[in-house]
Write a protein that binds this ligand. Sequence first.
Ligand SMILES: Cc1cc2nc3c(=O)[nH]c(=O)nc-3n(C[C@H](O)[C@H](O)[C@H](O)COP(=O)(O)OP(=O)(O)OC[C@H]3O[C@@H](n4cnc5c(N)ncnc54)[C@H](O)[C@@H]3O)c2cc1C
Length: 325
Amino acid sequence: MARGILVATNQNGGRVRRVAYEMVSLAQTLAPGAVTALTFGAEAEKTAPELGRFGADQVVALNAPPYQQYSSDGFALAVQAVVERLDPEAVFFPATAWGKDLAPRVAGLLKAGLASDCIEVHRREDGRLGAVRPVYAGKAFATVAIESPRALFSIRPNIQAVTTHDRAGALLDVNLDVDASQFQAVVVDVKAQASDKPELTEADIIVSGGRGIKAAENFRVLEDLADALGAALGSSRPVADEGWVPHSYHIGQTGKVVSPTVYFAVGISGAIQHLAGISGSKYIVAINNDPDAPIFKAANYGIVGDLFQVVPALAAEIRRIKQEA
Ligand SMILES: Cc1cc2nc3c(=O)[nH]c(=O)nc-3n(C[C@H](O)[C@H](O)[C@H](O)COP(=O)(O)OP(=O)(O)OC[C@H]3O[C@@H](n4cnc5c(N)ncnc54)[C@H](O)[C@@H]3O)c2cc1C
């Protein structure tokens, strides 16, 4: 009988992203004492103490040269091999660009059902795992049951609180029979964009600009508010399409899906394709000079006004409050 949960994570220099800790914490609540984290790349073994602290009972660190650069099909073969060795009942992936690329390939290899971008994973009455995921661009939520013997889930960042345990994850050696010469595509270089801002998909606060900002140079008004708040910057799609900000800022159905505590939608009308990317936000604050803009229907708080007056005033007030604190 298959048991336990395997959590696939990516790491860099021995550090995983926060969503990995969220996933092992979630897995530990669903399969206590039977959570294995799988990490890839040079220094993968360095992730074991922290992954253990957040809920992994054991850690498989694939640090050999074939796993030091990402390969879509190669990593999928490796996950398949680990699954065949450990026989877990479920595999979790992060619903990030990495996980979204990898999870469907593994599902294909294992002939297993995959529920993607889940905001909840729970135990059903029959003892198997089920999930809740947004559908119709976030307008509704589907409860999903997977009928294949093994279930795969990709988990949206920021939906699970982390829990800590007083121990490190034990490293588990698995001898994989994966032939690296079979890998058909390998990432040869990654040019990471230098930024002092938090990563959008993991940010707690996001300040996001729409076409209402009118020109690339006006984005600095939002940067100033983001700096005051320690927030990440995002945008609607037209703003990225215009080249006013990098495409990595683009949030929505065809961009990034975010789930911060607070999302500031500034000069954004609230089209359904944009809302699809922000429906996981705890609070939405809309700033728009059109009182009939659809964003106000999705917002928890709204300010009707000219963003060029409201945003600098808000940034100044936040700085003042922080100084006093
Ligand atoms: C297949 C498909 C996929 C798409 N995917 C996405 C996606 O992933 N993400 C996305 O964002 N869009 C997406 N879109 C586009 C989407 O339909 C909207 O066109 C887009 O979201 C609108 O962007 P916006 O709100 O910035 O601009 P607009 O709709 O032009 O809104 C600008 C807002 O700024 C306000 N404003 C103007 N001046 C000021 C001011 N001085 N102060 C305050 N407010 C002001 C206006 O009142 C208005 O509400 C997609 C469309 C399609 C067809």
